[in-house]
Design a protein around this ligand. Sequence first.
Ligand SMILES: [Cu+2]
Length: 165
Amino acid sequence: MKTHLSLAAVALAPALALAACSPPADKPAPAAEATAAVVTAADAWCRPSPNGAKAGGCYVTLTAATDDRLTGGSTPRAGEIQVHEMKTENGMMKMAQLTEGLPLPAGQAVALAPGGNHLMLIGLTAPLVAGETVPLTLEFASAPPVTVQAAVRQPTMAGMDHGAH
Ligand SMILES: [Cu+2]
């Protein structure tokens, strides 16, 4: 009797050890991805800029895997990309650069949109024309840069034009 039991235990032990080990051994990627600083970008677009304008506004929805910040970016179409907010000063809507960047809480979609936070293309090399596509490379405090193709189009929602751009 005793012999049978201990044999069974010995036979089972390696199987249990294997079962416990195999998930991390087979798939190390998911565990690594869960903690990696990654930002996904969706729905990137830019407002057409008037002729002669030196700056243009672009918008995007960002979701960070871990707490992060959008700090700025670059594009071949302008000198630099700044992150701007809209704020009310003396009853007037004004825009200001977010020098510390825009917070991106983990797992939360943060939408940049007309009338609110936006990407400001400073020093446009040419007007942004409806129908074209503009590459924007966005930079973050932790995550690697993300390049999106932003469609240039008129805002779809009416009444949100603040006229600053
Ligand atoms: Cu701005």
